[in-house]
Design a protein around this ligand. Structure first.
Ligand SMILES: Cc1cc2nc3c(=O)[nH]c(=O)nc-3n(C[C@H](O)[C@H](O)[C@H](O)COP(=O)(O)O)c2cc1C
Length: 190
């Protein structure tokens, strides 16, 4: 993927940040140019899973680029046709709902709108406790959207978190590779 420019957007599923950043490193090792994006809450919030500034420093070190975290910074993605593909990993239930509802009020939803406008693939790695609840209809809607692909996902803890769905982050790079060829990586549900 040496010649590809990939947007990599993170939203506020903080418990998956460690796993996702490890996979970001693997994606970067393919030689692709990676432009990082964070939703405002992902960019600004310290949680028990880590400090925002530590994650920011690590992402900048891996990608070599400043992080797009405002709508103003994300706006040129459309007119300048900046990305060959956009990854949203992790993708919260909140951002899933916005994507399904056509709402553009964060850096990440702005990047998604811009990428879809250019008919380039958007690859979503869900991570939400209500994937089989309130977010179910949004995932169903997005499964039917052209140029939108899913990193294969499943129930991470069916006994204790009956509605929770999480993507297998270790499949991000392969899913991007397939999406660039117009194919959904299978099986999409495990
Ligand atoms: C510690 C912590 C962990 C969270 N984990 C998740 C999660 O795994 N999935 C999710 O959908 N939302 C999670 N949230 C809630 C989102 O951060 C919240 O809905 C936020 O508005 C998402 O904004 P964004 O989609 O623009 O990043 C978490 C919040 C906190 C504080």
């Amino acid at each position: 993927m040496k010649d590809k420019k990939i947007g990599f957007a993170m939203t506020g599923s903080f418990c998956t940040f460690r796993r996702v950043i490890d996979e970001l490193r693997i994606l970067a090792e393919t030689g692709a140019t990676i432009l990082p994006i964070m939703s405002p809450i992902a960019y600004e919030t310290d949680t028990r899973f880590g400090k925002a500034q530590d994650f920011i420093n690590e992402i900048k070190a891996i990608t070599g680029h400043d992080i797009i975290h405002t709508i103003v910074d994300a706006e040129p993605i459309g007119p300048k046709n900046l990305f060959d593909a956009l990854v949203i990993a992790p993708c919260t239930g909140n951002t899933l709902a916005k994507l399904a509802g056509g709402i553009t009020d964060t850096s990440v939803t702005m990047a998604a709108k811009a990428t879809l406008r250019n008919q380039k693939p958007v690859i979503v790695a869900v991570s939400t406790n209500d994937g089989l609840g309130g977010s179910g209809k949004n995932i169903g809607h997005l499964l039917n959207v052209q140029n939108l692909y899913f990193v294969p996902y499943g129930q991470d803890d069916p006994v204790h978190k009956t509605n929770s769905l999480v993507a297998d982050m270790s499949q991000i790079t392969e899913t991007v590779h397939d999406a660039l060829m117009g194919t959904q990586r299978q099986p999409v549900i495990f």
